[in-house]
Design a protein around this ligand. Sequence first.
Ligand code: NAD
Length: 300
Amino acid sequence: MSEDIVGFVGLGNMGKPMASRLVAAGFRVIVHDRAQAPVDEVVKLGAKQASSAEEVASEAELVLVSLPTPDIVQDVVFGNNGLLSGGKLRVFVDLSTTGPKAEVSIAERLLEKGVITIDCPVSGGVSSAQKGTLALMASGPSNTFREIEPILAVLGKIFYCGNKAGQGQTLKLANNLMSAAALAVSAEAIAMGVKAGLDPTVMIEVINASSGRNSATQDKFPRAIIPRTFDFGFATGLSYKDARLCVEEAETLGVPMVVGSAVREMLAITQSMYGADSDFTSIARVVETWAGVEIGKLAS
Ligand code: NAD
């Protein structure tokens, strides 16, 4: 496969830093996003601009995408002016959290056209995307995976999860449900402490030295909840999508998810109160409203 030029579609919170890293690593990159501003930024760094996904795949055999939802991924691949119309596509890498059901269907449809799919959802958030320290959960045919491994290595640490399409997606859904659960239950526990008169900063410090520590107490509370910026960089709508996909997959597999369903509902409520575009750390604001406290402040 010619790796002369790498295609990249979707330059959002995650896609823009990932595409920028590929440019900085010396790859020739052709990019597309329906929004112009992030395209301009990556083009300034040296990428080539394409006016559609089709145009990306008229030049690149390897195309990576980082897009919000399964429907959008499917549209970008199979829709009007989509990647398949470009003619050159040989390997499709989905960095989005698309879920195993849609990913398997995409991989089967693409294989009929001679295109290999590697699903490769990522974890680590915007700062890891910028630093190239994401966790990448790749699955798909191992020979194709080996071919593209040096490109993926620019983005972070790669874990090969299996040769079947969707396996990386299943692992990613498990991870994200656990991450959202940690955020929700930490918000409840810390709101309780604040209402009892504890300083939230002290609580976080103690919990991070104790067995309750998790990704929310170590990162989200100090960075986006206690300073009340609520700008961690992951949208409530996307986190809700992930929890929904996870609980649906568990139901398909016959795995009960009592806690998972509660987390999904907390995200549904956060979305209805603060909107799909709000940051998912807003889940703490829902708990605050119900509890009548503000986590960033000492209770008076
Ligand atoms: P985002 O909404 O910030 O970015 C998505 C980008 O896709 C936007 O720039 C948007 O303009 C573009 N886009 C949407 N529809 C398009 C179309 N039809 N054609 C071309 N471009 C289109 O989302 P994000 O936070 O970057 O997340 C991307 C994916 O990565 C999601 O699946 C998400 O679940 C996953 N993810 C996000 C994070 C995070 O912390 N933000 C972490 C890990 C995984």
